[in-house]
Design a binder for this molecule. Sequence first.
Ligand code: SAM
Length: 351
Amino acid sequence: MFNMNNLMNNLEKQRTLTKEEFIHLLTNYTREDMDYISDLARNTSKIHFGNQIYTRGLIEFTNYCKNDCYYCGIRGSNRNAIRYRLTKEEILECCKLGFELGFRTFVLQGGEDLSFKDEYIVDIITSIKEQYKDCAITLSIGEKSYDSYKYYKEAGADRYLLRHETANDEHYSMLHPKSLSLKHRKQCLFDLKELGYQVGTGFMVGSPHQTMEHIAEDLLFIKDLSPEMVGIGPFLPHHDTPFKDEEKGSYELTLFLISILRLMLPNALIPATTALGTIHPNGREQGILAGANVVMPNLSPVSVRKKYELYDNKICTGDEAAECKFCLQNRMKKIGYELSVSRGDFKKISN
Ligand code: SAM
């Protein structure tokens, strides 16, 4: 039988485990194991990032979405969602404020909004890059064609976030309508890699019907993709979705998985997500202490914040960008970390 400490030490050394080993680790961990692995992960994170936490200014620029993911509050068929989209000028205003607050990465995230044609996205990227040459742009706008991704990259986009959501086909079909496929989602991720983006993937912890076997498959997929960024957060139900009565994901398992991911990908950019801060008041601090190294304060105008409601009780929907930044700065300071004023790019290490 497996010994838990051996498994965690092997993970640190080999940066992966077998599927069976992952399942054993995920099924049997105790409070002591959480402490043990988070010490290993935090030390690894310290080696690569010191006490510096990278920040990304998140701009949620549209909540229109053509897709109908069963878990998501902004799914196309949610008639109760109050829809909005920001104009290019409004997006640039967010960047101006963000730049003044010290952000050097802007993350443009949104639903799959067909009214943002590629030309318009490229115009927005070009305008941001003209005004903020030293800043990185991360896109998180869903599944697009290879040519579209190429077009955005050539315009100056640096990074792309696209969570695979689950690496198991059957589970994927329990979370999404037939129009969406895991095969295509994965293809997008490999296209983005090929195009030279810093690529982020990830999944929700505790999404409905998820098993430990699925999570082990997620980890092995992530190992295979070798992304520069990995974002995970607990699944949280939204009252206007088919999953409204489902259980939320586990806070502890999310922290445990952040530590596992840090050991698998020592220099990856791993955020302590808003969902983690929503499920527990100190979730983001605990995420950092478990091995994460990125926070993503919200730069969207307060007037639209509440409308980008992916799940119930999302935090920071009433705070101005500056308040969000200072709140996070204080939270990080309390646990001995500092917000970094840098682009916070992925840096390769020799093996
Ligand atoms: N449309 C883009 C995409 O599909 O990648 C980006 C926006 S999408 C809303 C961003 C992420 O929110 C998803 O990848 C999903 O993992 C997460 N999300 C959506 N609904 C959620 C929920 N109920 N609980 C936790 N996370 C959720």
